[in-house]
Structure formats: structure tokens, C-alpha cells
Ligand binder design. Sequence first.
Ligand code: FPP
Length: 241
Amino acid sequence: MSNPPGVPADKLPRHIAVIMDGNGRWARERGLPRIEGHRRGSESVRGCIAACLEAGVPYLTLYAFSKENWQRPADEVAALMLLLDRFLAERTAEIMERNIRLQAIGHLQDLPDKARKRLETTIAKSADNTALTLTLALSYGARTEITDAVRQIAREAKAGSLDPETIGEEAISSRLYTAGTPDPDLLVRTSGEMRVSNFLLWQISYAEIVVTPKLWPDFAKDDLFAAMQEYARRHRRYGGI
Ligand code: FPP
């Protein structure tokens, strides 16, 4: 384990969340089909994982497929699902070897059976791994997540097991899909877009945001190190001075 150059251990983020954007533009710039951009993008995931393992960042969450992404053309959606399936088929051995715990957040019931089963298998197999918790956001939307949590709270209140007067932030956090995972300290977005796109809206309340112009397929290990260095230079105030 080695810190990225210039980053003292106490200035490392504990949790990095990434909005992987720009696969389509990367492909278009090269006259390639969008799907080729996604294929290359799935390779960039390895660099990010390697950066976190090397630096000792214990949580990495990747926005792999949003609730809104189902509106894309059917062939693109099918290709993304196939990439997920292949990623799991080809990388499960590596996930185990590198001591990575895989998790997923989102409406996983929306995923095709084959990919969902493979995902569940790798999640179960890797549950006791400890070097890095890698969370894939799949069929994920933050507003849906918050709505699901509100519905759960209402159910418990109606059943009498939860007193509405005791509901605080923790009651909400613990009913989100990310329950048990610390909030992201650093949110990285590629391709220069200044948006959060319905990603972890509750959890990123105090996250530092780093936006890079690089398109996701070009984003490599050193780029995540550079984002960690930028994070280390920030002065987090949480509303104080
Ligand atoms: C955004 O690029 C990217 C996505 C919608 C999907 C992200 C998926 C991957 C990186 C590959 C699969 C991941 C795993 C973990 C197997 P875009 O298509 O919105 O790009 P554009 O804005 O340039 O069109």
C-alpha cells in the first residue's frame, strides 16, 4: 500500500464515488459505435480499482447504470448488460484474489436474470473480503432510493414499530441502499459535465467534487491519484469556518 504522491494518509478519502461519463463521446470522436466506448470504459474500471487498492482507499462506488439509462436504445442497453455479465464472469477470480468485497445498489430486480444471478453469486462469494468494498450502482436513482426509504419509514410508523418523533438523519441513512457504508468524501465525474445526475443525493451532502475533462475510457489510475491529490488540498468545513 502506498500513498499517491503528496497525499498524507490522514488526507486520503475513505470513500470515492465516481460518475463514469463520456463513453459515447469517446467512441464518436473515433468514428466507433457507442458500444465500443462502453467496452473501453469497462476497462477503465480496473485502473480505478487498482488506484484504490494501492492507496488504501477502502470504499469505491461506481455509477454503472442509472434508472434513466433504461430509456437508451435497446441494443445499447443490451450491450451494457452483456458488459456487466462479462465483467463479472471475467473478473470474479481477480475480485477474490485481490480481496475485494463486491456490493450493488439500485433496483437489481430490473436486471436481466443472467447478469443478476452472476452479480448475486459474486456478492455472496466476496462478502468476507476486506481490502476494498466495490459498490456498483445498477438501475440506480437517488430519488428512487430516497422514496423507497420514505416508504419503509412510513410502513414502520404505521405498524407502530417506529415513533415519528424519533426520526432523525440516522433513521433515513440506515434505510438507504447504502446503509452501513460511510458517505462518499470525494465525488469524481469525468467528461467535464457539472451535474450530479441523481447519484447518491443524500450521501454526497458534504462530498468534495472533482470534475475532470477526461472521457471515461481515457481515465486511468493516475487520474484517480490526481483526484485524490486535489481532494487532499481541499479544506473541508462542513458548514463551519
Ligand atoms: C456514460 O457514458 C456511461 C454509462 C452510461 C455506462 C457506464 C458503464 C461502463 C463504464 C461500462 C460497464 C461497467 C461495468 C462495471 C461493467 P455515456 O454513454 O453517457 O457517454 P456520453 O455522455 O459521451 O454519450
